[in-house]
Design a protein around this ligand. Structure first.
Ligand code: FE2
Ligand code: FE2
Length: 447
């Protein structure tokens, strides 16, 4: 080699290091696929809540949907960082795989939906995240690595819980077992046909058409756990203005019954997430997922307090009247019901928390204080999204004040329809609960 050659030869250091597997836009493309799958899970789990009877399942799926929404939110923010300055987020070439996730919503039964979720969709995302993490560069892509590691942990736990919940649901409805098994198998085959959720773009495929599919819609009347005492009006004061909300032991009991009866708020928050997901976009889905999860926690507060005092589910009334009042109305009425009726008593919550402190009832105080903190968030959600809808569609969405008045009228009409038999029924139930509470308080019955 002459001196002249070495001056013209172009030399480079080797660059084939394992860290460089995914370039910035490759990573963004993969994360975008994950985002749309998670988004689909949040919407379908929320839409199913009104159709799911077992209270345990109805109050667990909202946690999963909220976890999925947090992962989706982190994915979305990360995609924007990697795509900067573009804020464009479209399904595009990932349609084949996202279509399978969307098709899962149209399950023929709640059992089939839960089995498909636990056996096919959630494990597919877990495996895809594990594959991404196996090749992720923790230096360049550390932010993605952090939230995907959390997501893998959550997905693992979801799969285990869904296995148990699906098993219980099928044990309670064995006649729907073969349909649910076939649904999950067909869902798995459709996902495989699209190439699965992988780090590669899916092969284009027609929209899956799964045997037995039934388009998911908002439930007009909610499915309710048969273990509880099902009714429309869950305490005498609802149908009898002269019946006192109560103090002391009656207030402790009434508040716990109120909490478990926030089951209608769980179903309603899920319904509005499902109804307005496309129109209001991701920020709404993200807020509504938290809203639904919060209401599921409020419901569980009641479940737990009553169970710990020693009440059996059959002794506890589970009502439907506020949910029923929006039946047949456009979905914005459900948003109105949730906003107006859930935040109505926000001012009383701190007052009641103080009363419980005086009674030495730490757990009721604790639950009421945390509930209050959630409600202040919900007041903001309701105000913000009702206004957004009204501004976008002033001709079809009533202004908040008009909607509030109409929602109150609808609930008043439902309450006015209470029959004497219903009044007698809820009086008897509440008297039994109060008598039992007195025995427990005296130490005659063991919680
Ligand atoms: Fe609540
Ligand atoms: Fe609320």
């Amino acid at each position: 080699m002459s001196l002249g050659d070495s001056m013209t030869e172009v030399l480079y250091l080797p660059g084939s290091q394992v860290r460089g597997r995914y370039m910035r836009l490759d990573a963004a493309t993969i994360l975008k696929r994950f985002f749309f799958c998670e988004r689909s899970l949040v919407i379908s789990q929320s839409g199913w809540l009104g159709w799911i009877a077992p209270l345990e399942v109805k109050t667990t799926l909202p946690r999963f949907a909220w976890e999925d929404a947090l992962t989706a939110h982190a994915l979305r923010e990360r995609i924007f960082e990697l795509h900067f300055p573009s804020r464009l987020l479209e399904v595009g070439g990932d349609a084949a795989v996202v279509d399978v996730f969307d098709a899962a919503a149209d399950a023929p039964s709640a059992e089939a939906y839960v089995v498909g979720l636990g056996r096919v969709l959630v494990p597919a995302l877990q495996a895809a995240y594990e594959a991404y993490l196996a090749g992720v560069d923790e230096i360049a892509d550390g932010p993605s690595r952090r939230f995907l590691r959390v997501a893998v942990e959550e997905k693992q736990a979801q799969v285990a819980e869904l296995e148990i919940l699906g098993g219980k649901m099928l044990a309670a409805a064995p006649h729907r077992g073969s349909e649910a098994e076939a649904w999950a198998a067909n869902l798995g085959a459709a996902l495989a046909a699209a190439g699965g959720v992988t780090l590669e773009p899916p092969a284009p495929a027609p929209k899956p058409s799964l045997p037995g599919a039934r388009a998911l819609s908002i439930a007009d009347s909610p499915a309710r756990d048969p273990a509880y005492h099902r009714c429309r009006f869950y305490w005498p004061d609802i149908v009898d203005p002269g019946f006192a909300y109560g103090e002391g032991l009656r207030l402790q009991l009434r508040t716990a019954v109120s909490h478990i009866n926030e089951v209608w708020a769980v179903e309603t928050a899920g319904a509005i997430l499902f109804a307005f997901a496309t129109e209001l976009g991701w920020e709404f889905i993200y807020d509504a997922a938290r809203w639904t999860y919060d209401e599921s926690r409020h419901c569980r507060m009641g479940v737990q307090r009553l169970a710990n005092w020693g009440y059996e589910p059959a002794e506890v009334p589970l009502g439907t009247y506020i949910y029923d009042s929006a039946a047949g109305q456009p979905p914005v009425f459900r948003l109105g019901m949730l906003y107006f009726f859930e935040t109505k008593n926000i001012g009383k919550k701190n007052e009641r928390a103080r009363a419980f402190a005086e009674y030495g009832d730490n757990i009721s105080q604790h639950d009421m204080e945390f509930d209050w903190a959630d409600e202040t968030i919900h007041a903001h959600f309701g105000n913000h999204w009702l206004r957004a809808l009204h501004e976008a569609r002033p001709a079809t969405i009533p202004a908040p004040d008009a909607l509030r008045a109409r929602c109150s009228e609808l609930v008043r009409a439902t309450v006015a329809s209470a029959s004497d038999a219903e009044r007698r029924e809820i009086n008897a139930i509440s008297e039994d609960m109060v008598r039992k509470a007195e025995r427990i308080a005296r130490g005659d019955a063991h919680p």
